[in-house]
Design a protein. Structure first.
Length: 116
């Protein structure tokens, strides 16, 4: 319910803002070409921002959905990549190739293939 309400609030706010920009543009129509041009530019940027916000909200929803589908074994696993990144503090030759400051592989498990 809350998500639907937010969607309607954003849509209502967008249309109220668009009506405001059009109202100001109508006020300048015929009196000041420069002010009308600036209002048109502001309106174009306003629409671009609204489209960008819509795309961001869609991407956020997609990310939230993807995060909810992570298998439980990966969320609670104490071994694996996340544990390695928390505990590994020793620099190695592969760290510069992986663009990280420390080696992502524990010293006891390092082999040449780990360093690409």
């Amino acid at each position: 319910m809350s998500e639907k309400l937010n969607k309607y609030l954003f849509t209502t706010a967008f249309f109220l803002g668009a009506v405001g920009v059009v109202w100001v543009a109508i006020g300048f129509f015929g009196s000041s070409v420069l002010a009308l041009a600036m209002t048109t530019i502001i309106g174009a940027v306003y629409v671009f921002g609204a489209l960008e916000l819509r795309q961001f909200r869609q991407a956020s929803t997609t990310l939230a959905t993807a995060l909810m589908t992570i298998p439980e074994i990966l969320q609670t696993s104490s071994s694996g990549w996340s544990a390695c990144m928390r505990h590994c503090k020793i620099p190695c030759a592969c760290a510069s190739r992986a663009n990280v400051s420390v080696c992502p592989v524990p010293p006891s498990r390092r082999i040449w293939s780990d360093c690409w």
